[in-house]
Design a protein around this ligand. Structure first.
Ligand SMILES: Cc1cc2nc3c(=O)[nH]c(=O)nc-3n(C[C@H](O)[C@H](O)[C@H](O)COP(=O)(O)OP(=O)(O)OC[C@H]3O[C@@H](n4cnc5c(N)ncnc54)[C@H](O)[C@@H]3O)c2cc1C
Ligand code: FES
Length: 504
């Protein structure tokens, strides 16, 4: 995950590997779009079954959200299970927990076989609290998790270097270097007969062609029996996943720590949360602190989201230099269940999304399910995670609220601008300005040189917002992000902000 001079520890410590872009047309059995953990695990599982698989990645392997994780591989997803039981009942919550426990074991095994340099380590996972009001909630979580068969217990004393009121422990979970893991999977896919991985190849559309599907890119088309959209949020969506999940952006820092760091991986129950773990890289030990999440395109425009994380690393964990700062995003469904399975618009297209910032296991769960769906095997859990499921229960209120807010960004007349003229944008800044009546994304470099593009998101037409921290234009509707030159950083958009002549 790289944005300007902001690079995650994982991307910054992984040598780029060469997988050439697609060149010309190609026919295969399965195309996987997206080379994060979901796409590459799916590709490998299908390749191991003897299918010919081509992976197409817009950027580089592992440079999406997988490159911006904390790197915890666990079925402990913050405080979740008591809520899941309330929303969906014991059976659904038990299935979610079991599949994610199985995913921990699967990642451990795949790392051993294909990515020993990902340094998969078994660790316990903890949700801790410093607030008395959270203690009953955490006890309820232990009770729910134990009843569902998960390896949960209450601990009064934690190893953290500051006082807590205790927390929920899940035994025998894991942590790893997520980019080296997916690079290992990509090597294993590319090594298989008839399989290929192509980086720097953005998919711009898909279309039916008789019994097959054609995947379109600027440099060629790939025709396949099955397509898997593992693009974080599907780039094509006629099942309204867009409307049923919110994009949430979160920040991370990695700071030098001493050798006497606590064992285990931690996340606070409080809001804003702090997710903490340690990682050894050569002689250096890093404390990783992740938090300060907000909906994409709705964060405060000023710099410094990650400053509180750096302060936390120094003051609470005793760290020195902050060496890496980054941010990444994931999609959080209103009903807390991922969308995995056959896309509502085509039996040959599969989607996997909505991992609520726990996609190292949820993406692995998705890969296993999609392998079995492609191979026409029975998948008993398919209905629970179906992208076509109805929105029910307490998720409905959230669903309506989110979409009323989204609708406001489509009405260009009502969108407020950041400045009344281009001259008012300072050197080094950016913002949305009306120029000749058209909403325009304006950015200035340090010398004041100005770039202007249309401010209308190429996905479904919302108005983008300037993000001063990452120097990007972010769409508050479904999370597409654009670089200062207008090119796509994050989908679901597949093309960059239009030139001013085409601007809306
Ligand atoms: C700050 C943060 C911390 C997290 N920490 C954890 C953690 O500790 N444990 C955990 O389990 N989960 C964690 N998560 C969540 C987890 O990282 C994600 O759910 C997971 O990485 C998603 O993987 P993915 O393969 O589905 O998506 P990605 O890794 O985003 O991969 C999708 C890929 O698709 C590509 N793509 C997009 N559009 C196109 C296109 N048109 N054509 C071709 N390619 C395209 C992208 O470039 C990208 O590489 C965290 C998330 C965040 C934001
Ligand atoms: S991401 Fe959907 S309209 Fe911008």
């Amino acid at each position: 995950m790289t944005d300007g001079d902001r690079t995650s520890l994982w991307v910054g410590t992984s040598p780029g590997r060469r997988w050439e872009p697609l060149a010309g047309d190609w026919t295969t059995e399965v195309v996987v779009v997206g080379a994060g953990i979901t796409g590459l695990t799916t590709a490998l599982l299908l390749a191991e079954e003897g299918l010919q698989v081509t992976v197409l990645e817009a950027r580089a392997v592992g440079h999406g959200t997988t490159g911006g994780t904390t790197g915890k591989v666990t079925s402990q997803h913050g405080v979740l299970y008591a809520d899941l039981v309330d929303m969906h009942g014991d059976e659904v919550a038990r299935t979610y927990g079991r599949l994610n426990e199985e995913a921990v074991a699967m990642v451990r095994d795949l790392a051993r076989r294909h990515a020993p340099d990902a340094a998969f380590e078994t660790q316990d996972a903890y949700v801790y609290t410093e607030e008395t009001a959270q203690v009953p909630t955490l006890h309820a979580e232990v009770e729910a998790a134990q009843r569902l068969g998960l390896p949960a217990s209450w601990e009064d004393e934690l190893d953290l270097p500051f006082p807590t009121l205790g927390g929920v422990r899940f035994r025998d979970q894991g942590q790893m270097h997520a980019v080296r893991y997916v690079q290992g999977l990509a090597e294993a896919v590319a090594a298989r007969q008839g399989c290929a991985v192509h980086q720097h190849t953005r998919v711009t559309g898909i279309r039916d062609a008789g019994a097959r599907t054609v995947v379109e890119t600027a440099v060629g088309e790939v025709t396949a029996d099955h397509v898997v959209l593992a693009t974080l949020l599907p780039i094509i969506d006629r099942g309204f996943e867009f409307a049923r999940a919110t994009a949430s952006r979160e920040y991370g820092v990695a700071a030098l720590a001493g050798d006497d760091h606590p064992a285990g991986m931690y996340i606070s129950a409080e809001d804003p949360s702090r997710s903490i773990r340690h990682h050894r890289e050569g002689d250096d030990v890093y404390a990783i602190v992740v938090g300060e999440g907000h909906e994409t395109g709705r964060g405060p425009a000023d710099a410094g989201h990650d400053d509180p994380l750096a302060v936390f690393a120094r003051e609470r964990l005793g760290c020195s230099d902050v060496r890496y700062r980054w941010s990444a995003q994931d999609y959080v469904p209103v009903d807390k269940l991922p969308f995995i399975g056959v896309a509502p618009f085509s039996e040959r297209v599969h989607v996997a999304s909505g991992f609520s910032k726990w996609g190292l296991t949820n993406g692995t769960v998705a890969a296993r399910m999609i392998r079995d769906l492609v191979l026409d095997r029975d998948v008993p859990e398919a209905e629970i995670f179906s992208p076509s499921r109805a929105q029910t229960g307490s998720g409905v209120g959230e669903f309506l609220k989110h979409n009323v807010e989204v609708a406001g960004r489509y009405v260009a007349d009502r969108v407020s601008t950041d400045a009344s003229s281009v001259d008012d944008i300072p050197a080094g800044g950016g913002g949305i300005v009306r120029v000749d009546g058209k909403l325009t994304a304006v950015v200035k470099d340090a010398t004041g040189a100005t770039t202007m593009r249309s401010a209308i998101c190429r996905h479904l037409g919302c108005v983008v917002q300037w993000n001063q921290v990452e120097r990007s234009f972010d769409c508050p509707c479904h999370g597409s992000r654009y670089d200062v030159d207008g090119s796509v950083l994050d989908g679901p958009a597949t093309s960059g902000l239009a030139a001013r002549d085409d601007a809306g």
